[in-house]
Design a binder for this molecule. Structure first.
Ligand SMILES: C[S@@+](CC[C@H](N)C(=O)[O-])C[C@H]1O[C@@H](n2cnc3c(N)ncnc32)[C@H](O)[C@@H]1O
Length: 267
């Protein structure tokens, strides 16, 4: 197994709990491999039209994809007829997303923007903001999480919706890791597993068939904690799906998907 040096985890890798580190983690070579990891076709088949239906049922037209990555959801939503703006803090990722879009006959509207100051670089009001693929887990301080959510909230229209997901870290922290390997990281012969886990760090290793291995350091978000943050920043109603299902046992899903409504509700 070859551990990739250009990711720059110097010293004790378990000590790196820093929001800014995501730019270094998504090194050029990992960006190149990301699509092997997620497997676009299998991923599209496994999530079906879940996001498209969530958005269509709310008459969404303008979507801001704040964690574009290599462009999987931006491209799917463009193809489903939505007007999509594709943002990400990583220039490497956006370049790859742009190429992926071109390859499929689209010109992505890309903006390089960090979530913590999103509205400095992204202007306009959106019907929906999406932050998918276990991306929010890259924020390591509560201050950064609150600021990012406040920035998403501000970029939504008064009745807009935020769709945000993360791994079922409750289950990983409380029961240990197991994965159906069915959703999100669907690539053949690619594994994604935690190497280290405590209340403040989930360090995952991703292994590829060519024997290369990459790491991502992430913050293990608990579901109830996410609910509290979403409420406190102003979202009025939050509905959480487990692996795209409305009903599930708490420990079962690999991923949680929160659909958070901005429109004011009288209680
Ligand atoms: C796990 S990837 C997911 C990409 C894509 N949504 C998917 O599902 O395949 C996370 C993305 O979030 C971006 N990201 C992480 N922290 C960020 C931040 N603070 N501001 C902007 N983008 C960030 C990374 O650059 C990366 O492209």
């Amino acid at each position: 197994m070859t551990f990739i040096k250009d990711q720059q985890f110097d010293g004790n890798p378990n000590a790196i709990r820093d929001t800014n580190h995501y730019v270094k983690e998504y090194a050029a070579t990992l960006v190149e491999k990301w699509d092997e990891l997620i497997g676009w076709d299998q991923r599209a088949a496994s999530e079906g039209d879940f996001f498209i239906e969530q958005l269509k049922s709310r008459n969404v037209k303008y979507v801001l994809d704040v964690a574009t990555g290599t462009g999987f959801h931006s491209v799917r939503l463009l193809e489903a007829g939505f007007e999509v703006t594709s943002a990400d803090g990583s220039a490497e990722m956006l370049a790859k997303a742009f190429d992926n879009g071109r390859f499929r006959g689209h010109v992505l509207r890309t903006v390089q923007a960090d979530w913590r100051w999103l509205n400095r670089d992204v202007h306009g009001e959106y019907d929906a903001v999406i932050c998918l693929g276990n991306s929010f887990t890259h924020l390591f301080s509560e201050h950064d999480r609150r600021k990012a959510l406040a920035e998403y909230y501000a970029s939504l229209k008064h009745d807009g919706v935020l769709i945000i997901d993360h791994r079922n870290y409750d289950s990983i922290l409380d029961q240990g890791f197991s994965s159906k390997h069915t959703y999100y990281y669907c690539g053949d012969q690619v594994t994604a597993e935690p190497e280290f886990i405590d209340d403040g760090l989930a360090r995952f290793v991703y292994k590829f068939p060519d024997q290369s291995a990459y790491h991502l350091n992430m913050y293990p978000l608990r579901k109830n904690y996410m609910h509290r943050l979403l409420r406190e920043v102003g979202f009025q109603a939050i509905h959480t799906y487990g692996d795209f299902q409305e009903t599930y046992r708490e420990q079962e899903p690999d991923f949680f998907i929160h659909v958070a409504e901005k429109e004011y509700q009288q209680h």
